[in-house]
Design a binder for this molecule. Structure first.
Ligand code: ADP
Length: 502
């Protein structure tokens, strides 16, 4: 059944970050593009975000459309309305200046440490979402469904579960490793309904877990790739939630993220030196020489340029790239560029390696969206050795930009990159190099496989990269998939796991 033929849904999409307003990772890419894709399918979708200074600045002009009195918060909370993206999707910003008007990142201060009042900040955000969801903000808009994302919105499905005439709720896990766990005193401080302090509720090993509100109470739980949806049912990637998730398996789906094909298009990307597409692939190398010049590497279009972009955390396996550095340095034809920020120890080691091998390695510490585009456009190979990866976006950008991905077979990486074996190379299915064990030796063997392949006559490499460029990871089919799940959630709501205690 085509969901497009059904009555348009009213969808409130709640996220703690959204591109282009504020971004720390993949959640922002999704929140900045899925609602637009849903609007494109004719749905009445509205996005709600905290009013961080960057969001207020980027979303101007804004008007105040509601004032809320929320439990435990001194003073009124303003709801500001603006528009998001070319689709002009309505955007609500929850303006509680004492909690959100701060410099830096949505979750951490300048020292990289979590804001000490994150529980209060996102509990208030959840309260505002609930008010909007129940049409209690005076906006005369009653959503059919609230789509919550990650732990910062986890209390919403739990609080809605006790309401009559509630909208349906969907909770999407973008990364189960981030759970929003706080101590019992925080539960008391937030004055949450006492019924929620139970094993069927928000309690998780004597702590309050925000994410559990989404996992236990949402009508449907989704995550961002089919493989990760299976992996989180196991003890190695379930983080203690595998039992609960197995219990909810009939209402758990993996829907692969799409990418924004307008923002990430090598044929029109304003950030890159030379536009190209699959049919003009040979032009891509001009982006390599431009980047070599920009980053102070020797300009050589025949160098094999490897790239990596990401948060510098253990999950992403940057330490494995460090392990293969001696091998790369031994191969004179290679260069490496890394863009990232995160763990200060990793930043330091990377900078030290750059200082040791300035002719071979470029390291940029920081967050730089335009440079990320130029690296994707310039590389021959993009290395993504994540130990786990719910979906991963950079391998999708790499495929689109003809930068052949080298990835660990996990989560969304396993679902989106097809390993180049001698058998499938010529039939047009191979798109990259995939390895099974996240250790330095296996990564190095895979890089060698890529380098050997690269030495074959140029047409082979070009074919491999072009196969990748021809893949379709646009949002269209994923947005349709979400719509199907929305309808199922509305037609067949889940029962409140605390109903017997309520
Ligand atoms: P995660 O959400 O775990 O960080 P994803 O691969 O899903 O990983 O998404 C990461 C997003 O953030 C991508 O769009 C990537 O390009 C971007 N990104 C990460 N680090 C940086 C950085 N230092 N500079 C620019 N973009 C970055």
């Amino acid at each position: 059944m085509s969901t497009q033929s059904q009555k348009p849904l009213k969808i409130l999409f709640a996220s703690s970050e959204a591109q282009p307003l504020i971004k720390t990772g993949g959640l922002a890419d999704v929140a900045g593009s899925l609602p637009l894709a849903l609007a494109h399918l004719g749905q009445d979708v509205r996005v709600v975000l905290p009013a961080y200074p960057q969001a207020v600045e980027g979303a101007k002009p804004l008007t105040t459309v509601a004032m809320l009195n929320l439990r435990g918060h001194q003073g009124e909370v303003r709801i500001l309305e603006g528009r998001l993206g070319e689709e002009r999707v309505p955007l609500y910003l929850v303006d509680a200046p004492a909690l959100f008007n701060r410099p830096g990142n949505p979750y951490t201060g300048a020292d990289g440490k979590d804001w000490p009042d994150n529980a209060q900040r996102f509990a208030l955000f959840c309260q505002a979402i609930v008010a909007l969801a129940l049409n209690r903000a005076g906006l005369s808009w009653h959503p059919d469904l609230v789509h919550c994302n990650d732990w910062q919105t986890g209390l919403v499905p739990a609080q809605l579960a006790f309401e009559d005439n509630r909208p349906a709720s969907i909770f999407t896990i973008h990364n189960l490793a981030y759970q929003g766990n706080f101590n019992r005193a925080t539960f008391d401080l937030l004055a949450l309904d006492r019924k929620l302090w139970s094993h069927q509720g928000l309690e998780f090993h004597n702590n309050l877990s925000f994410i559990k509100g989404g996992l236990a109470f949402a009508d449907w739980v989704t995550t961002v790739s089919p493989t990760y949806a299976k992996e989180i049912l196991t003890s190695s990637l379930g983080y203690g939630f595998e039992g609960l998730l197995r219990h909810r398996e009939d209402r758990l789906r993996g829907v692969l993220n799409g990418i924004d094909y307008q923002a990430w298009d090598p044929a029109s990307d304003p950030a890159i030196a030379q536009h190209f597409d699959a049919s003009t692939f040979s032009l891509k190398r001009r982006n390599k020489t431009a980047l070599q010049q920009e980053l102070g590497l020797p300009v050589d279009e025949n160098a094999v340029l490897f790239g990596h972009i990401g948060r510098l955390v253990a999950q992403k396996g940057v330490d494995l790239i460090l392990q293969v550095l001696p091998g790369l340095i031994d191969r004179p034809e290679t260069q490496l560029v890394i863009l990232g920020s995160g763990d200060p120890a990793l930043e330091k080691v990377l900078n030290a390696q750059r200082d040791l091998h300035p002719q071979r390695i470029a390291v940029v510490i920081g967050y730089n969206e335009a440079l990320a585009h130029r690296i994707e456009a310039a590389c021959d190979c993009f290395i993504m050795p994540s130990r786990f990866e719910p979906c991963g976006l950079n391998q999708l950008y790499s495929l689109r930009y003809g930068s052949v991905p080298i990835v660990h077979r996990t989560g969304g990486l396993a679902d989106t990159v097809v390993d180049a074996s001698p058998r499938n190379l010529l039939d047009g299915t191979a798109t990259g190099f995939v390895f099974d064990h996240p250790d330095g030796n296996t990564l190095w063997r895979t890089i060698q496989r890529a380098l050997d392949f690269r030495r074959r006559p140029g047409v082979y490499w070009e074919k491999l990269a072009q196969h990748g460029m021809q893949q379709d990871f646009s949002w269209d089919s994923s947005a349709e998939h979400y719509l199907e799940i929305y309808h199922q959630a509305i037609d067949n709501p889940a029962s409140n796991p605390l109903a017997k205690l309520a």
